[in-house]
Design a protein around this ligand. Structure first.
Ligand code: DAH
Length: 343
């Protein structure tokens, strides 16, 4: 019996010291200790040789030994499985990750951002206004009272629940909000989406984008307006572009003008886009009407200012040679993903 106990002690040491992460060695361990002809079974066979009064003690020791062998077997088995999974799976952890395909900016955003950047360099801040607007901010405050015939220039969508609400027809609503909120000097550009009840075609849409500009301070003159817009046109369309102002009419400015640039497509030779005139109209502008200043609580004897408004779709059509305005809102990725580079 004592010999058997010693043998078990040394077997326990042997088991405790055993280490491997090789599957075959693990199986060999199992066979050696726990198999049908293994050490545990063999020792059980010795039971018959143990004296009657010590059988119980021997049984307990043998049982403990068996548990030690079993738990060692489980441990080395798990370890090997982990090792095998890592080395077998064909993951090369040193490879660079899969690149995430980058989206592209919408051509309207690219054009809008380009316009914004140019004016920011002149010290204009960006302001935004609501697309659902009340009649006063969109029309009345801009010197377009109810029944004014100039309201016909912009065919309007009204909101059913409240006849006083409408979808803004221009970003000029934001100049009103800015003048109400801030004291002069005010120097802002207001980009945004606008809505008009127009039949959708290749050339017009019921919604489109504008950038409005406003500068109010003491002694602001038409010369300031011209210089600002000259700078803009040259930055936007190139230093060689020719510029002209034509007298025009807007209820919110006096005097009013429209600015044309020489046709960038035919170099002023005359083409279908410029309707053979050699000129392209790009924006409306003028000196802010004193009524508009007063409507917003600004003293028109002390302050003057200029304003302008331009569409974003048209310069984008010209820039990219696109012939259908509807493409901008159809969200066809084949169209959209062509505009990856900043302008
Ligand atoms: N709001 C005008 C439009 O949508 C554009 C415009 C013209 C804005 C002259 C202005 C301006 O601020 O001074 O047609």
């Amino acid at each position: 019996m004592e010999k058997l106990l010693q043998q078990i002690q040394s077997l326990i040491k042997e088991i405790e010291l055993f280490e491997t992460n090789d599957t075959q060695a693990v199986e060999a361990f199992r066979i050696k200790y726990l198999g049908t002809k293994g050490v545990v079974k063999e020792l059980m066979g010795e039971m018959k040789n143990v004296a009657m009064e010590r059988k119980k003690e021997f049984g307990q020791i043998l049982n403990e030994f068996k548990q030690i062998a079993e738990s060692k077997y489980e441990t080395i088995k798990l370890k090997t499985i982990e090792a095998v999974t890592i080395s077998d799976s064909r993951i090369d952890l040193s490879l660079p990750g899969d690149p995430m395909p980058l989206g592209s900016r919408h051509p309207i955003s690219l054009m809008k951002n380009k316009i914004i950047t140019i004016f920011q360099r002149l010290g204009f801040a960006v302001a935004e206004g609501p697309e659902i607007e009340d009649d006063w901010h969109n029309f009345t405050a801009l010197n377009l009272p109810a029944h004014h015939p100039a309201r016909d220039m912009q065919d309007t969508f009204y909101v059913q629940q409240n006849p006083d609400w409408l979808l803004r027809t221009h970003t000029s609503n934001t100049q009103i909000r800015e003048m109400q909120k801030n004291k002069p000097p005010i120097r802002v550009i207001c980009p945004g989406r606008v809505y008009r009840n127009e039949t959708i075609s290749a050339r017009s849409h019921c919604f489109f984008h504008q950038v409005e500009g406003l500068y109010i301070d003491e002694h602001v003159s038409f010369a300031d307006l011209k210089q600002t817009l000259y700078f803009f046109a040259k930055e936007m369309y190139g230093q060689d572009v020719k510029i002209r102002f034509r007298p025009s009419y807007f209820p919110f400015t006096e005097p009013s003008a429209e600015m044309d640039i020489s046709c960038t497509l035919c170099n002023s030779a005359g083409c279908s886009v410029c309707k053979k005139t050699g000129w392209l109209e790009i924006l409306g502008c003028g000196m802010v009407h004193p009524h508009v200043l007063e409507n917003c609580g600004i003293d028109s004897n002390k302050y003057t200012g200029f304003a302008f408004g331009m569409g974003v779709e048209r310069p984008a059509l010209l820039k990219y040679g696109i012939n259908d305005i509807r493409l901008f809102s159809e969200n066809d990725v084949r169209f959209l993903k062509q505009f990856t580079s900043a302008i």
